[in-house]
Design a protein. Structure first.
Length: 546
């Protein structure tokens, strides 16, 4: 995550959009003043025969809060957090106990924690331990709290684990730190890429043999477009050439060790670095073409353990809405030219400052457990999936102890919304769920890996970002139909489902609603010919077709 530390990040001009996006408002509160209900019923066609992308996962990251919490907190509270994030179970009323994430991101540490204040990273909670200090002796009791959460995720059915790093281990970095001192290039000693690959391979092998944890995906570079020369957190820039060279070193070493993990590249700080050459970042942008274009000399798609996926982060180009739309359209358009490559959104929490009509407090600072931030986030998820065509969507930090809009689950000491001192909630605290957690659950609990998004012909989500955004999914084996509705507007909307390619069993849909008063609450089955989506809500409708 790129933090706001008096850094000014400029958004791109939107450029020319499709004609149907010109009239999109930048203020959702101005979209509808007609009252709480509409008088008309809108036809909602879902075509089961028109397949779009196959969904792979919904996830979140353990950075950074999970290490202290997983290591120090009472077991019952850790399990409560794990249930909220990972559980696929329902209670006696049929309400989900958690949001059923299907991917968990593990931050493989670089060793700034062992350095203490000498790391230059001022916040103890943003330093990470490392399994080794020399590349020879490994200690898998390090990162114990994060390992606890990985095991808790697996126990609750999370199907994929992804390991990512922000920096090379400090014993291999050029400046001996986990933050960078040079511009543009990766912070690594000359000639040390083989040793860096050995660190990855040994860490994954020991996680498997000593902890019983198999890592499915490796993401070795994170937001390489930024300089990471401050004291806020671990990080390093990296050129596309740095990434290409390391992937080609790492790939055969993974194979030689018999590790099946797939390498994922990208983790671009925003979408634009994926699909265009960014001024001043020429060596770190246009990544879709660089790594996967058929005519690229640096195409890595032929390597058997490279996943044909490019990942970007949803920051910065989430506002204004015309930028949200155009950036996703541009990424999707560029992806289609590569053939067989999927797009992942692998980080998001609120960094934008759109004003108080969009977010409480107008920006990221200030914890919000309520519906306004949840709707903001749900709109981004729906846009990334329906406009950008992403197959995996991942939140940044799953657990937050800060007074900031960066968490799904929050912890505090019961007296305030977040603390800055290192001891705040280090050993215990109160657990708070947020509406943003449950809003993500409207997708993650129901849209499981392998489900296929299908066409809703009448819905143009690029034109609906201030109204009702709709996506539909099918699971062929079980004949399950899932429709996720994100109603940004102040009016309830009534629909009639017209299903083609199958018939809806009993003509009924079961709603699960997240609103100001409900958290993924199961409702009574509704008639598919006349069902209402409440104002300011996210509703998942589940049915069976035949």
């Amino acid at each position: 995550m790129k933090l706001i530390n008096n850094n000014k990040v400029s958004l791109l001009c939107a450029g020319l959009l499709l004609a149907n996006t010109f009239l999109v408002s930048c203020d959702s509160d101005n979209t509808d003043n007609s009252g709480s209900e509409t008088a008309t019923t809108t036809s909602l066609s879902v075509n089961l025969d028109m397949n779009l992308q196959t969904m792979e996962s919904f996830g979140a990251s353990d950075a950074w809060q999970c290490n202290f919490i997983g290591k120090n907190w009472p077991t019952d509270k850790k399990n409560k957090i794990a249930d909220l994030l990972f559980s696929n179970e329902v209670d006696a009323d049929g309400d989900p106990k958690g949001i059923g994430l299907s991917l968990w991101r593990f931050n493989l540490g670089a060793g700034s924690a062992e350095q203490g204040d000498a790391s230059d990273i001022t916040d103890e909670w943003r330093r990470t331990e490392c399994f080794t200090t020399d590349g020879v002796s490994y200690d898998l009791t390090k990162q114990a709290g994060q390992i606890w959460f990985m095991k808790a995720a697996r126990q609750r059915g999370v199907s994929k684990l992804l390991a990512f790093t922000n920096s090379a281990p400090v014993y291999l970095t050029q400046n001996g730190k986990a933050h960078a001192a040079i511009k543009e290039f990766y912070n690594l000693k000359e000639g040390k890429m083989p040793e860096l690959a050995d660190f990855w391979v040994t860490s994954l092998d020991k996680l498997k043999t000593e902890q019983g944890l198999t890592i499915d995906y490796i993401s070795p570079f994170n937001e390489p477009q930024y300089e990471w020369d401050g004291s806020a957190q671990e990080g390093s820039p990296a050129t596309n050439t740095n990434i290409y060279t390391f992937v080609n070193v790492l790939s055969p070493k993974l194979q030689a060790k018999g590790l099946d993990a797939k390498i994922v590249v990208g983790e671009a700080g925003s979408y634009e670095s994926l699909y265009k050459t960014v001024s001043g970042k020429e060596s770190r942008s246009n990544q879709i073409d660089y790594f996967f274009a058929a005519n690229s000399a640096k195409n890595i798609g032929a390597l058997s353990n490279v996943k044909k996926t490019i990942s970007g982060h949803s920051y910065w180009q989430a506002w204004p809405l015309n930028e949200l739309i155009s950036s996703r359209q541009s990424a999707a358009s560029r992806i289609t030219t590569t053939g067989g490559v999927s797009l992942w959104s692998t980080e998001y929490s609120v960094l934008e400052a759109p004003g108080t009509s969009e977010l409480p407090g107008g920006a990221g600072p200030g914890r919000d457990l309520g519906m306004q931030t949840a709707l903001w986030t749900a709109r981004i998820v729906s846009s990334d999936i329906s406009i950008g065509g992403v197959t995996s969507w991942q939140w940044w930090t799953a657990v937050s102890r800060g007074d900031y809009k960066d968490g799904l689950v929050y912890v505090d000491d019961g007296t305030n919304n977040g603390g800055g001192n290192a001891d705040y909630c280090k050993n215990d605290g109160f657990v708070r769920d947020s509406k943003t957690l449950w809003a993500l659950g409207n997708f993650s609990f129901f849209v499981k890996p392998g489900m296929v998004r299908v066409l809703i012909p009448e819905i143009d989500n690029a034109a609906a970002t201030t109204d009702v955004m709709l996506t539909a999914y099918k699971e062929t084996a079980t004949k399950k139909l899932v429709i996720v509705a994100v109603n940004i507007s102040k009016s309830a909307k009534t629909y009639k489902l017209n299903l083609s390619g199958g018939a809806l069993a009993d003509n009924k849909l079961t709603p699960y609603t997240t609103s100001e008063t409900l958290s993924l609450k199961k409702g009574t089955a509704v008639d598919a010919t006349n069902f209402e989506i409440p104002a300011k809500s996210i509703v998942t409708y589940v049915g069976t077709y035949k």
